[in-house]
Design a protein around this ligand. Structure first.
Ligand SMILES: NC(=O)C1=CN([C@@H]2O[C@H](COP(=O)(O)OP(=O)(O)OC[C@H]3O[C@@H](n4cnc5c(N)ncnc54)[C@H](O)[C@@H]3O)[C@@H](O)[C@H]2O)C=CC1
Ligand SMILES: CC(=O)C(=O)O
Ligand SMILES: [Mg+2]
Length: 375
């Protein structure tokens, strides 16, 4: 199979779909790989390293989209990329379709087979291709929050760790999954006073076992969100209902009741965000203020530490990518229900239920079972 790796074009997105080491794996399995010129150069993966790994270099994205059987990317395709996809071609990348009618419509129209990293599952019920970027974004969320709490960056002038004689800042993490756990780890490491909310009791038990008395765990209710957000210096939004638009848990009213200069980091923004006032921002222009509260809503946070993120992402995507290339996409998905869960769109049919629940009415889409769509 010919695998194509275009350069990412989203704002300040320096990650790349395949590292040179990953290219070497595909080539050693008998595949050909074409990488766009300078696709990884910004993070130290240079064209000569790709060539040494066995790839050829193409100077335009168009040539890659024209010829490749499978496109491997990081971020959701931008409109001009969607327009270059065609029937018979496989797209393997993050998609986040539920909050994105424009992309959904374009992918349906393209006829391509579109596999979303974020909905591939594993035998524990986890999301193995989302997890590494959630680890990164969770850790970054506290770093970003601490930065914007500084007075010169618009915050209240609160140091999360406090100092001897002054109480630490209060961090509220909503959602105790991978993002939330990593955010809690960093915030506790800084010495902050951390509370985590989740509506899954098994998850709260796990967090209590791992962190002990250092971390306060609270069952997630409207009342708990109202109470803890009004006291918080930093709130991290980290909820997920896989594949679905994020629930708006923190309302405008809650935000009005927050302290002046407190900071919200909505990591769930790639699924539409879990705060009522969230709108996606970029690394170039990451924050805005509503009711005196700083909002950080960067939809591709791991792109900010693109070298670490690219290596972490490739560790997770490579085994499934090799299965797709070695068996062919259809047989690979039919052989592995977890990979099949990644299929969101196939030849104009939407095969992921939560996407149809979010957008079906608006776009006139119907749900088709993934196995039936491939048959
Ligand atoms: N902005 C960015 O750059 C990035 C965003 N993300 C996003 O972060 C979000 C979280 O991802 P993960 O931590 O990997 O998901 P996860 O599935 O590991 O955790 C989500 C948690 O939210 C909890 N939850 C669901 N509804 C809730 C409610 N009403 N109240 C409290 N908790 C609730 C679930 O029980 C679960 O523990 C996703 O939307 C993901 O796409 C991930 C990586 C990068
Ligand atoms: C998960 C995601 O959207 C990202 O890593 O950018
Ligand atoms: Mg206020």
């Amino acid at each position: 199979m010919l695998i194509g790796v275009p350069k990412e074009i989203k704002n300040h997105e320096y990650r790349v779909g395949l590292t040179p080491a990953a290219v070497k794996e595909f080539v050693s399995h008998g595949h050909q790989v074409v990488v766009q010129q300078n696709a990884g150069a910004a993070i130290g993966f240079f064209d000569d390293q790709y060539e040494a790994a066995g790839a050829s270099i193409s100077n335009t994205a168009e040539k890659i989209f024209d010829t490749a059987d499978m496109i491997v990317k990081v971020k959701e395709p931008q409109p001009n990329e969607c327009e270059m996809l065609s029937k018979g071609q496989t797209l393997y990348t993050y998609l986040h379709l539920a909050p994105d009618p424009v992309q959904t419509e374009l992918l349906v129209k393209s006829g391509a087979t579109c596999i979303a990293y974020e909905t591939v599952t594993d035998h524990t019920g986890g999301l193995p291709l989302l997890a590494p970027m959630s680890e990164v974004a969770g850790r970054m969320s506290v770093q970003a929050g601490a930065h914007y709490l500084e007075k010169a960056h618009g915050g209240s002038g609160t140091l999360l760790g406090g100092v001897p004689g002054v109480t630490p800042g209060k961090v509220l993490v909503i959602g105790g999954g991978v993002v939330g756990t990593n955010a809690a780890k960093m915030a506790l490491g800084m010495g902050a006073d951390v509370t985590i909310l989740d509506r899954s009791l098994p998850r709260l038990r796990y967090l209590d076992d791992v962190f002990g008395g250092q971390l306060k765990t609270v069952f997630s209710t409207v009342d708990a969100i109202e109470h803890y957000s009004s006291k918080a210096d930093l709130v991290v939004g980290a909820v997920l209902i896989p594949g679905a638009a994020a629930p708006k848990l923190l309302t405008r009213e809650h935000i009005k009741n927050m302290k002046e200069g407190s900071v919200l980091v909505d990591v769930a923004i790639d699924q539409g965000g879990c705060f009522e006032t969230s709108k996606a921002t970029t690394h170039q222009d990451p924050v805005y203020v509503v009711d005196g509260v700083v909002h950080y809503c960067v939809a591709n946070m791991p792109g900010g530490v693109a070298r670490t993120s690219t290596m972490a992402l490739n560790n997770a995507t490579l085994p499934f990518g090799l299965a797709l290339a070695n068996k062919g996409p259809k047989d690979a998905m039919l052989a592995d229900p977890h990979l099949l869960n990644g299929l969101n769109v196939h030849e104009g049919q939407v095969t992921y239920k939560a996407v149809v629940d979010a957008l079906g009415q608006q776009l006139g889409l119907e749900y088709t079972d993934a196995r039936a769509a491939l048959a």
